[in-house]
Design a binder for this molecule. Structure first.
Ligand SMILES: [Zn+2]
Length: 382
């Protein structure tokens, strides 16, 4: 989801020690077959792939590999890099949109002393990168670096400046002494930078990782495709995996200029205040309480009739769905025209835009069930 984050001097740091890494290599094959845990395995695979805004190609490749043959055959990649699958015929045309990109940095300067300066993609607290390991994704493969931080010994225990760490303060040390040495590692301008990817299983069905936003949406749409055949589609279906959401909904904007669906369903996170340090008066939706319609946020107001229809439809299918109001923006807001109605569908995410975004995978499974029902029967669009 797009943060709409401007500036905050109250950088509440939500980073804690991550527990055991549970996943490094998955065996999910290229020949898809739906199973109960399909969407969680797909999600883990996508979480471990890096796709900083503007450099989503690795994520797109993974998605293409995971799609069933009918979807791969119908897939089109547009000039922006959006991956679009359209099947079925007639009305209504319903488009589901998830974004492949994630927040992060890009190399903008290699200094004479070998240190690397960055530009920022997306809204987040830079402070969470201070003193952390990062990976630069170069043409030669990943290169490890550390983001410089001051030592407690040399500051005599005085507190660090509490309100002044932004992306201009990020200096990445890859262990070199000169620009030439850094370049010899393969580091070049515009290389994307991310935290080392890992997936941590928490208690029960809770899971933590960077880029839950919006890989869960990407995974849900892939899992949906693996459950259906084109003949199952009621009306016309578009599944779109778009680029550059975090830097201003740019991929979705290009998609909106190429098609005018009757209904657009952005599948992206619901930033919930069901989290240790948040104010529950805004955006409360409990993890594990099932999917939720992002009926109101800073970018969009979903038509209330459509919201009610969808909630009723879910109820009649014995599936959980509620609706709520939260903050931030989503890809649906660029589909403002006289034909398209927008109803963003979500699951709750804790600690959004950090390295420890937490979801409950039971919400993801329920979301895929709901999406499948919505595609097989479009009565909810009436
Ligand atoms: Zn986001």
């Amino acid at each position: 989801m797009h943060s709409g984050l401007r500036r905050s001097s109250r950088a509440r740091q939500a980073i804690g020690a991550l527990p055991t890494i549970v996943s490094c290599c998955l065996t999910l094959g290229a020949a898809p077959a739906a199973s109960a845990q399909d969407e969680v395995e797909i999600l883990e695979r996508l979480l471990l792939t890096v796709g900083v805004s503007g450099r989503e190609a690795p994520v797109r490749s993974e998605i293409l590999e995971l799609l069933p043959r009918w979807a791969r055959d119908a897939a089109v990649v547009d000039a922006m890099g959006n991956l679009v699958v359209t099947v079925g015929s007639g009305e209504p045309h319903v488009a589901y949109v998830a974004h492949m990109d994630e927040i992060g940095y890009m190399v903008t300067n290699i200094r004479d002393d070998g240190l690397i300066q960055v530009a920022k993609h997306g809204g987040f607290f830079d402070r969470q990168y201070e003193g952390q390991v990062v990976q630069l994704h170069t043409q030669n493969g990943p290169v490890n670096g550390v983001v410089a931080i001051r030592s407690v010994h040399l500051t005599r225990g005085l507190p660090l400046n509490d309100d002044g760490f932004n992306h201009g303060d990020v200096l990445i040390d890859v262990g070199t002494r000169s620009r030439t040495e850094t370049e010899e590692l393969g580091v070049a301008l515009l290389d994307p930078i991310a935290v080392p990817k890992r997936v941590s299983q928490l208690a029960g069905t809770r899971m933590a990782a960077r880029s839950m936003d919006d890989r869960f949406g990407c995974a849900a749409q892939v899992a949906l495709a693996r459950r259906i055949q084109p003949a199952d589609v009621d009306g016309t279906l578009t599944l779109a995996w778009v680029v550059q959401e975090e830097v201003g909904l740019r991929g979705a904007r290009a998609l909106a200029e190429s098609m005018t669906p009757d209904v657009v369903v952005p599948v992206d996170s619901y930033v919930t205040s069901d989290a240790a340090l948040e104010d529950p008066r805004v955006g409360l939706h409990e993890l594990g309480a099932g999917p939720v319609i992002r009926a109101l946020d800073n970018s969009n107001i979903a038509p209330i009739e459509l919201v009610r229809n969808l909630v009723d439809f879910a109820q009649s299918a014995d599936l959980r769905l509620s609706y709520g109001a939260t903050q931030g923006g989503n890809d649906g807001s660029v589909f403002r025209n006289a034909q398209s109605r927008v109803v963003p569908l979500s699951i709750p995410i804790r600690y959004s835009h950090t390295a420890i975004e937490v979801i409950d995978t039971s919400d993801l499974s329920e979301l895929v069930d709901l999406l499948e029902a919505m595609v097989r029967d479009v009565a909810w669009t009436q």
